[in-house]
Design a protein around this ligand. Structure first.
Ligand SMILES: Cc1cc2nc3c(=O)[nH]c(=O)nc-3n(C[C@H](O)[C@H](O)[C@H](O)COP(=O)(O)OP(=O)(O)OC[C@H]3O[C@@H](n4cnc5c(N)ncnc54)[C@H](O)[C@@H]3O)c2cc1C
Ligand code: SF4
Length: 405
């Protein structure tokens, strides 16, 4: 590993206009970090990465590098791009344990953060670093959001989140787990209790349904529900997965690791929304991909499809009349997620669009003054690094808001 990343660092051309940095949604200062790494100044490199992106240790593992940093590396035009993420992973993993947590003088302002996924964690860290008192309210028993209950442990070890929690607590952040806002406690009660500003980072964790017959059968479940507790479900030998996004691929790879032997992903078109590396891993693990299958309904024996007819450009021009019954012990529906509507329903002045995503202004302030939001609850299901990007901007706006009010 160390040899590999040293070789990778030496391949960096230190471009004057680093395209890799532009390709990263949080504009990680890649050439500077690589330079510090080459000079053995790991702690400085780690600090630079953490200040720019508190979730750097996670992003280095789970980002879609081939589309972002590596995908924009100039070396990739004729050769293999520099795999900066491996360097970032080495530095940020080390930094997460060795960082010195500075506790600045406490300011007389308090912020509440609802939801402890990557967006909430980023806001909490950014505010605590500036001396604000932060309390995080998390619905589940553990922190991390979809890093904890979505992305499987074989891709992202859960111990990362324990390490993050330890750092956050050292920063003076109070984490109140098993507490849902919008249920027993409302946003109005947070305001009553003196929080000067509130951040909503509640994500998009409500599985999208197909709206078709059979979804409530006993051997049918939604991908996110399965991933939250794979050992709690016995899928059987043969599994049909509806969908081909990254989450569907995680379902397939998890099922194969938990005893299922024939796992097939079905999609209507010939487009896979998952990244090509995720597809390659799934194929390596033994998953199969079947295209051109329009789901009609789900029966106790498995999904029933209509086969698509494609033209020479792979566009669907019709469907075969005779339906195709596919046998499966279990069918897993994994076709993305939307935000839950709880907070909007229980909070005056909060507005969401028709997809349930919260409406915010350029400063990430919602339609309720003093209440900010970012991450999947604003963008819809996206990625960790995009959640961090929005959360950083929201944190900066929350600081301005607290100082002006
Ligand atoms: C299976 C799967 C695989 C993925 N793989 C990748 C990947 O490889 N790379 C990548 O970049 N992204 C991936 N993503 C997407 C990524 O995980 C999300 O974009 C990211 O976690 C969004 O962060 P967030 O903080 O906005 O929301 P979340 O991570 O969803 O966190 C929201 C938190 O808010 C809590 N919460 C919700 N409502 C309330 C409430 N009312 N009160 C209190 N707490 C509440 C939830 O319990 C949760 O902890 C994946 C997603 C899934 C589902
Ligand atoms: S945050 Fe993600 S996209 Fe940006 S440099 Fe790191 S791994 Fe690449």
């Amino acid at each position: 590993m160390a040899l590999h990343i040293v070789a990778e660092a030496n391949r960096c051309l230190n471009c004057r206009k680093p395209r890799c940095q532009q390709g990263c949604p949080v504009h990680t200062p890649i050439p500077t970090v690589i330079q510090l790494f080459k000079e053995n100044r790991l702690m400085e490199a780690g600090e630079m990465l953490f200040e720019n992106n508190p979730m750097s240790a996670v992003c280095a593992i789970v980002c879609n590098h081939e589309k972002q940093c590596a995908g924009h590396c100039v070396r990739g035009v004729k050769d293999t791009p520099v795999h900066f993420s491996s360097i970032e992973q080495y530095i940020s993993d080390m930094y997460l344990d060795r960082m010195t947590v500075n506790c600045p003088e406490k300011k007389d302002k308090r912020a509440a953060v609802i939801g402890c996924g990557p967006a909430g964690m980023t806001v909490a860290i950014k505010l605590a670093q500036q001396g604000y008192s932060v309390t995080v309210f998390e619905w589940k028993g553990k922190i991390g959001g979809l890093l904890q209950y979505g992305i499987p442990a074989f891709r992202l070890p859960k111990s990362f989140l324990d390490r993050y929690q330890a750092r956050m607590e050292e920063m003076g952040i109070t984490i109140r787990t098993n507490t849902t806002i919008g249920s027993v406690l409302m946003i109005d009660e947070l305001i009553r209790d003196g929080y000067d500003t509130i951040f909503i980072g509640t994500g998009a964790e409500k599985p999208r349904t197909l709206g078709l017959q059979g979804e409530s059968l006993g051997n049918v479940l939604f991908g996110l529900n399965y991933l939250a507790n794979p050992q709690g479900h016995k899928l059987g030998d043969t599994v049909a997965i509806i969908g081909m996004g990254n989450a569907a691929i995680d379902v397939a790879r998890t099922a194969l690791r938990n005893g299922s032997r024939h796992v097939t992903l079905y999609a209507r078109s010939k487009n896979v929304t998952a990244s090509s590396s995720e597809v390659a891993y799934a194929e390596l693990d033994g998953a199969e991909f079947v295209f051109g299958m329009q789901i009609q309904k789900i029966t106790p024996d498995g999904p029933l499809f209509n086969k698509a007819i494609f033209d020479e450009n792979d566009q669907i021009i019709g469907y075969e009349e005779e339906p195709v019954q596919v046998y499966a012990d279990s069918t897993v529906i994994s076709i993305s997620q939307t935000p839950r509507g709880k907070l909007v329903r229980t909070t005056d002045g909060l507005t969401a669009d028709e997809h349930g995503t919260l409406i915010v202004d350029d400063d990430y302030m919602t339609t309720r003054p003093g209440v900010f939001a970012a991450g999947d609850v604003v963008t819809g299901a996206k990625t960790v690094v995009h959640a961090v990007d929005g959360a950083k901007k929201a944190a900066a706006a929350m600081i301005r808001y607290m100082e002006e009010n």
